[in-house]
Design a protein around this ligand. Structure first.
Ligand code: ADP
Ligand code: MG
Length: 819
């Protein structure tokens, strides 16, 4: 058949559907206007009207019809009547000619098995559905759309990629028995009688009999809809907690559906998906939306990946995967679908990263004209012997900046590995070549510290360093700014204050961003515009396993600091239950008696900010300690709500040993360097992530004696203990990251990496498991081979892939770095 079919044929299927709807209305909307159910046959009819050659407008009508029908069987009779009217209205308003007669229809719309031959046109039809906004789904009005927005869902593709965080297997009924008392049970039973009692509350009571003849009592309060959905003599599935009332076995407020075959039931009698929710939407609500979205997916097999990729990685069909991810018929299907989307997520990510890398590789930059021996000269003035990786990193930088293209280098190294000294070399190289440099720090405390360290290292080499912070007076600020503008300052260190408009450089040639994950891409870009294509060095201590780092930061060149500077004593880490707190503070006293200092870290600032659950706060801990265990010692507090001048003077007092103890929030997490501090106590340690704890711990162990980190577990759980034990057993940030990945899944930890990086990795953090990551190198290879053949994905055979990629990474999506 050629295009579209004749109007007569179009009328045929529409007429049939119209007739069906009318009959259904006449029969009271019991979903019985056709054998096997009205909705089923109606859906099949609509499906049959969809062809490859169908005009777009007509396809829209089919989609709308479909979304009115997919959940029909789950509705109350009254809601069904509304749907029927909507169906009739839609049918009457759409007069465009369309396709085949319904007599050709064979396959039911949902849950078809994977068909081996995906055709390009099938994928086009699927893409069309995926690209539609969720508001085209029945029941998604402005309010629901907003709620979905909070879940990061805008398109149907987003909704379908909102992977279940788990499933509930409600396929098998439970036997009514004593053993099941107190548990959630699924019981199939025939309704015997139902009564409605209106007192102060509306009470619906019903009795039902299970197949074994046992009687079950059912009770609902204040639910106006229950009565109309229950009919004596019909079979239902009930799901609720089994209790023993004086009448016998009873379910309070159970969920229920009329018994049917699995495709006819949504919330019971199947494996049901459970999602991450946000306020305003329930599991049932979201499940119904997803169901409607799934119902939109054409049943034909479809694929957007090149055939060789799909077959090499043995990927199941895409359309099938969307259905099975949400509504699997068994566990294997669910897992197969999940891992398919995990693959997609990683493959598209790699494509995106590699494409960006290609685009950036050729950005012209200013070559630094460096005499030989700059690394040697710089290393010669350092107060210590540089480690082998520090020297190697400096050589990498030297090589980069000499070339006439921009440097994009990541310096990756665990806390305390000595990144600042390497940054110092970059600033020195800029100076030698006649350029200025800028160093961006995430916090005021850190900016001041880095400024001081660089000043000490670089002054002997004639590099003039200045620090700009938010806490300066206007005149201090003005004089620094003018010195920067005239080129009297070679290296400007500061917080994002240096990104402000008033800050102008004479000849900015290089920028360094410390702890890059704390910044957004926008900030990195802002720094880049302050000079003429300045070289860029970003530094990170985010501990992620090495192989992963290479992949995640695929668009950057990487130098790694593998070893820690020598002469360090290891940090001994102890894990204590809260009841043993006293012994922790005894150790603190002892260290202080030996002239050392201590950090005490707590999760909250004041009791009001602790969510009312008794989490340790700075205020409370200060009070307790000054009156109790640490009475008589010099204690001060440090937290993010203090003015920057206060913070600065407290840090100064601590650094110059006028304080013994600092009670702080995680403001001390990043980079603070006080070598005389030899003990750190972390209260309610289970509240922090392992990466944060490892960073915190890195604040001690910087001097030349054994240091201690005491983790106090406020709320003891087996999981929590296992997690914290990882820190006790290892001091290697990468290994800790690896363990953390295994324990928590990659979502959390990669979430930190993603921050400040504009290629978000996940449609949903529920999607990826640790195991999936092992395939990354192979996935990267496949992506890279594909791009070698077609760098911009412009070839016609990659059109679907390009569309899928832009669906995943919309080019104009603002604020991606905040994901
Ligand atoms: P991070 O990588 O966490 O930023 P820093 O640059 O703050 O680490 O360095 C941590 C400490 O190690 C500093 O006190 C620094 O002076 C010292 N340090 C750096 N490199 C060496 C080295 N090669 N030998 C000895 N100490 C070093
Ligand atoms: Mg640092």
């Amino acid at each position: 058949m050629s295009s579209g079919g004749s109007p007569a044929e179009s009328d045929t299927w529409k007429e049939l559907l119209r007739g069906l709807v009318r009959l259904e209305l006449k029969r009271g909307c019991n979903d019985d206007a056709a054998v096997g159910g009205f909705a089923r046959l109606a859906l099949a009819t609509v499906e049959g009207s969809c062809t490859r050659t169908q005009p777009a407008a007509e396809r829209g009508v089919s989609n709308e019809l479909r979304s009115l029908l997919v959940d029909y069987q789950f509705l109350s009779n009254r809601a069904r009547a509304d749907r029927c009217s909507a169906l009739l209205a839609l049918l009457d308003n759409s007069t465009l000619p369309t396709a085949r007669s319904p007599l050709h229809v064979s396959a039911p719309p949902a849950c078809a098995v994977p068909v081996p031959k995906p055709l390009p046109d099938n994928m086009k039809a699927l893409l069309q559905v995926l690209e539609e906004p969720v508001s085209t789904l029945w029941g998604v009005g402005p309010r629901v759309r907003e709620i979905m927005g909070k879940l990061g869902v805008a398109s149907i593709a987003d909704l379908l990629q909102h992977a279940p965080k788990g499933y509930l297997d409600l396929r098998y009924p439970t036997e009514l028995s004593r053993e099941s008392l107190g548990q959630m049970v699924l019981i199939k039973a025939r309704l015997l009688a139902v009564t409605e009692i209106r007192r102060k509350v509306l009470l619906v009571k019903a009795t039902a009999r299970d197949p074994g003849g046992r009687v079950l009592h059912l009770v609902w309060f204040n639910n106006r809809f229950v009565r109309s959905r229950l009919q004596a003599g019909h079979d239902y599935d009930f799901y609720g907690r089994l209790e023993n009332s004086f009448e016998g076995a009873q379910l309070m407020q159970p969920a229920f559906e009329e018994s049917g075959t699995p495709p006819a039931q949504l919330h019971l009698n199947r494996i049901v998906p459970l999602y991450h929710l946000t306020s305003g939407v329930t599991q049932k609500g979201l499940r119904a939306h997803v169901w409607r979205a799934v119902g939109r997916i054409p049943s034909a097999a479809a694929e957007y990946l090149p055939q060789d990729v799909a077959s090499h990685f043995k990927l199941p069909d895409l359309a099938w995967s969307y259905r099975s991810l949400h509504f699997p018929t068994d566990e294997h299907e669910a897992e197969k679908a999940r891992s398919r989307f995990a693959f997609d997520s990683l493959f598209l990510f790699e494509l995106r990263v590699l494409m960006r890398r290609h685009a950036e590789q050729d950005v012209p930059g200013t070559p630094f004209d460096l005499p030989t021996g700059t690394v040697e000269r710089y290393v010669g003035v350092l107060p210590f012997v540089a480690t082998a990786s520090q020297t190697a990193a400096m050589r990498d930088i030297e090589g980069d900046v000499r070339r006439p293209r921009q440097m994009h280098r990541l310096l990756h190294g665990d806390v305390g590995s000595g990144k600042t000294a390497v940054a110092g070399y970059a600033a020195y190289a800029a100076k030698v070549a006649g350029y200025q440099s800028a160093v961006l720090s995430p916090t005021e405390i850190l900016a001041e510290q880095t400024g001081r360290v660089l000043q000490e290292m670089l002054a002997p080499l004639g590099v003039r360093v200045a620090t700009l912070t938010g806490g300066m007076t206007k005149s201090q600020r003005r004089s620094i700014l003018s010195a920067v503008a005239t080129g009297e300052i070679d290296c400007l260190v500061g917080t994002h204050a240096i990104l402000e408009e008033g800050v102008a450089f004479e000849r900015l040639g290089l920028s360094v961003v410390d702890e890059q994950h704390r910044f957004g891409v926008a900030q990195r870009v802002a720094l880049g515009t302050k000079g003429k294509e300045p070289h860029s060095l970003v530094m990170s201590a985010t501990p992620i396993p090495r192989t992963l780092a290479l992949t995640i930061y695929g668009d950057l060149d990487i130098s790694e600091l593998l070893e820690k500077p020598p002469g360090r004593f290891p940090i001994q880490t102890h894990l204590l239950a809260a009841t043993k707190r006293d012994s922790a503070y005894a150790m603190v006293r002892e260290e202080i008696a030996h002239g050392r200092q201590a950090f005490i870290v707590v999760p909250a600032i004041d009791p009001a900010s602790d969510e009312g659950d008794g989490t340790a706060s700075v205020e409370e801990t200060m009070r307790e300690l000054t009156e109790g265990s640490l009475k008589g010692l010099r204690i001060a507090s440090l937290h993010g709500r203090m003015k920057s001048r206060e913070k600065g003077s407290t840090m100064d007092a601590f650094r110059s040993r006028n304080l013994d103890v600092l009670v702080a929030t995680t403001v001390v997490e990043v980079g603070v360097d006080v070598p005389n501090a030899s003990v750190m106590v972390i209260e309610d340690a289970e509240r922090f992530g392992l990466a944060t704890l490892h960073q915190l711990r890195g604040r001690v162990g910087r001097g030349s004696s054994v240091s201690h980190c005491i983790l106090i577990q406020g709320n003891v759980t087996a999981d929590g203990t296992e997690r914290l034990q990882v820190l006790v057993d290892s001091d290697d940030g990468f290994q800790i990251a690896e363990e953390d990945l295994k324990l928590r899944g990659p979502g959390d930890i990669l979430g930190t990496v993603q921050h400040g990086y504009d290629v978000p990795l996940f449609g949903s953090t529920a999607l990826l498991s640790y195991r999936d990551l092992s395939a990354l190198p192979e996935i990267r290879k496949a992506a890279s081979e594909l791009l070698e053949r077609d760098p911009a994905l412009g070839a016609p055979e990659h059109a679907d892939l390009a569309r899928m990629l832009s669906l995943r990474y919309p080019a104009s999506k603002p604020g991606m770095e905040d994901n």
